[in-house]
Design a protein around this ligand. Structure first.
Ligand code: SAM
Length: 293
């Protein structure tokens, strides 16, 4: 498989000095509100913290405002490499309260793009609405299960679908709802350990084929229909070093979420072609073009 020649980049993704530039004064900086800009400006040796934020698995001494901005810059460079239209429409299931993809779309499109999410948890949705209030670009939040995407949205109406750290979210929801947890209403993070423990239990028992995989593959299959031919799906996951050796945390499963999803997609015979992105580790990132080669 030939490595994609990057449209606007011409060099591998995520050079630390270039990412620092994006977040300190460039395209991502332009999408930040005044508080986030001041926070980044007050950080000593930003480039060193960018290097840490780009490391996988994520080290212990990470600076969260830098990580948030770096994730946005990573997605921004992925878009620059894939080169969808500047006025792009992006679908992001399971956004929670997280902004990296939204900021990347805003930066790549100069505010002329749009973003749509389908998301279940209401408290995270409220947090997201507060965070995105200053962003002028159209952003729509549908409160539903992403498994119902085709009831709300037309096939071929998006240029890119982004699953930012969303594979685990979908699997966790799939194993937790049948056990009686209302994931639409709970405080997500205090309940996440329980969700992950149930997911680990099902993985060890070999039950993901029945619960987890069908939900994830339906959401991915629907995303393939929602994205126009020639458009892209981008998935990422990252892990925290602090979970290595933690007894309740299924490290092997989480370490392999992207490779496992790549394999499930290949078995599912979806019309997708993997696009290798130079500089992106296939352990943590997967980019696919809609259409067969
Ligand atoms: C912790 S947030 C994660 C946000 C983002 N993906 C990230 O990692 O930065 C998880 C979100 O995914 C949502 N979610 C999980 N499964 C979902 C599904 N099947 N349909 C819609 N939303 C889902 C949850 O409701 C929650 O709002």
């Amino acid at each position: 498989m030939a490595t994609r020649i990057h449209g606007g980049l011409r060099t591998p993704l995520w050079d630390a000095a270039r990412i620092t530039q994006h977040i300190a004064k460039g395209a991502i900086y332009q999408t930040l509100d005044e508080t986030a800009r001041e926070e980044l400006a007050s950080i000593d040796d930003l480039n060193a913290k960018v290097v840490v934020a780009l490391t996988d698995p994520k080290p212990l001494d990470i600076c969260m405002p830098v990580l948030d901005a770096v994730l946005a810059a990573q997605y921004y460079e992925v878009l620059e490499a894939l080169r969808p239209p500047r006025e792009l429409a992006v679908y992001e299931p399971c956004v929670g309260a997280s902004c990296p993809v939204i900021r990347a779309v805003e930066a790549y499109s100069g505010g002329k793009g749009s973003h749509l999410t389908i998301n279940l948890n209401r408290k995270l949705r409220e947090q997201l609405q507060r965070k995105i209030a200053p962003i002028a670009m159209p952003i729509r939040i549908i409160e539903d299960n992403a498994q119902t995407a085709l009831r709300h949205l037309s096939p071929g109406s998006f240029d890119v679908a982004c699953f930012h750290h969303a594979v685990n979210d979908i699997l966790q929801t799939a194993v937790s709802e049948p056990r009686g947890m209302d994931t639409t209403a709970v405080d997500w993070f205090p309940n996440e350990r329980q969700m992950i423990e149930w997911l680990a239990e099902d993985a060890v028992a070999g039950r993901l084929e029945q619960r987890g995989k069908p939900e994830l593959m339906q959401i991915i299959g629907d995303a393939v229909r929602l994205v126009r031919p020639g458009g892209y799906l981008v998935l990422d996951h990252f892990n925290w070093c602090r979970f290595i050796g933690v007894d309740w945390f299924p490290w092997d499963l989480f370490y392999n979420l992207i490779p496992m999803t790549r394999q499930w997609i290949a078995e599912g015979d979806l019309p997708l072609t993997e696009i290798p992105l130079e500089g992106a580790d296939p352990q943590w990132w997967l980019a696919l073009q809609v259409g067969r080669t």
